[in-house]
Design a protein around this ligand. Sequence first.
Ligand code: ADP
Ligand code: ZN
Length: 524
Amino acid sequence: MTAEEHTREVLHRVFGYDTFRGEQQQIIEHVVGGGDALVLMPTGGGKSLCYQIPALARDGVGVVISPLIALMQDQVDSLRALGVRADFLNSTLSLDERRAVEATFLAGDLDLLYLAPEGLGVPATQRLLERGRIALFAIDEAHCVSQWGHDFRPDYLGLTVLHERWPTVPRIALTATATPATHAEIALRLNLKEARHFVASFDRPNIQYRIVPKNEPRRQLLDLLRTEHQGDAGIVYCLSRASVDKTAEFLVQQGIPALPYHAGLDAGTRAANQARFLREDGLVMVATIAFGMGIDKPDVRFVAHLDLPKSVEGYYQETGRAGRDGLPSTAWLAYGLQDVVQQRKMIDSSEGDAAHRRTLAAHLDAMLALCETVECRRARLLAYFGETGTPCGNCDTCLAPPEAWDGTVAAQKLLSTVLRLRRERNQRFGAGQSIDILLGKKTDKVAQFDHASLSVFGIGTELRESEWRGVVRQLLAQGLLAVQGEHGTLALTEASGEVLRGTRQVMMRREPERAARPSRGARS
Ligand code: ADP
Ligand code: ZN
């Protein structure tokens, strides 16, 4: 049997599949032949087979480094169900259990051994591995080595030990996070100089991307679920634990089976909720981003974000958990001005040096640009990962192209207001005050600071309040306005001057009218 026939035979006999997907075959042959590989493939692309088959085809045990301790038991169970000899070593094992796994490993009675990255730092584990025969090292979720990424795990930096101590054992690093920068950083930090790179397209054509302005997030979510995803399994992401709890409660009250998941719940509850989500049909998991990495549930029909993700990579990862079975699915995000203010605040008060804060700010800016684009969302998203795409026909801007309008005058009015408010010493005003002034609202705060006497008072009545909030968001997304500090104070940027002087035109995305909703009487 040729090597090619052999891998095909394993694919068929062990995994029950007839053909390889995408570049699986080339990757597998490369690793079986002893080469290092860096594999970038979207979630659901079929990364696991890329190391599982070589582990079966080569002599010795395939050692899989994975940060997903909570999922190891599941992974091992499903491999065993296929007749693959798999086991894991991590901190959840008792001493006896650990001894038993070690003995099996040393006896060579294993095809795959899953290890947590922190385990590798332990000298005893390194000595154990040295006494066995290793077919390959697979480094799963390899982007965890990226220090500026969203899932950084310090233990991943120690994985260079693999190459130092086992220079002849092939290594395959895999990830679904793939900006060109992360990609280069993985190769560098894992010392994968000779590795062949396999980069699959990151397009997920069955996912429909939609981003809407946030007014009443829970109501909007409920509308989405009732009109399009009745009875479907899905994930709802919220930024805070409190908001996870409230949203899950709200959905349950509305008759939608929902479970919470966040790091504040005890481990038992988290594990139980995760297990139910995986095994039962039609459950909605309301979670912080602590939930989801490595979750293999093919029929997640929607991923909804009630808060703005911190980066395009995060957004891509989280939405990528929808539709792994290839069937139509929805990625829906509601975002508002408050998200920007809140995230700016978090960045300003974050630990780390100025360079780190600049990276975080750049991530946020890219996310805002995706939200405010008048172009195809998918093309924008793929462009972020270095791919070119044409309008997809399956995102909100393709399906209902937003009208672009010349927002120069509106921008000038808003920026002038911000400029005037900045002249008041020791006072800090957020977007709300500027908008109230433009609309000529005589609020208490307007009276207190005598803002009705400003020349800009009441000059913006041609737009509704929600439209003004849209103007603020778009100026932020275009770098023509900044938001700072504890109270979300608006501030001008260097580029604001060009708009105020009339040398720069500002095109904006028209706020869609509110989506049709069930009449009030129909609500429970
Ligand atoms: P990833 O780790 O890239 O997110 P997985 O390895 O979990 O993806 O694979 C996603 C799904 O696709 C799994 O259910 C897997 O069994 C299935 N799959 C992988 N490769 C093939 C193939 N060649 N043919 C059919 N199904 C496949
Ligand atoms: Zn599109």
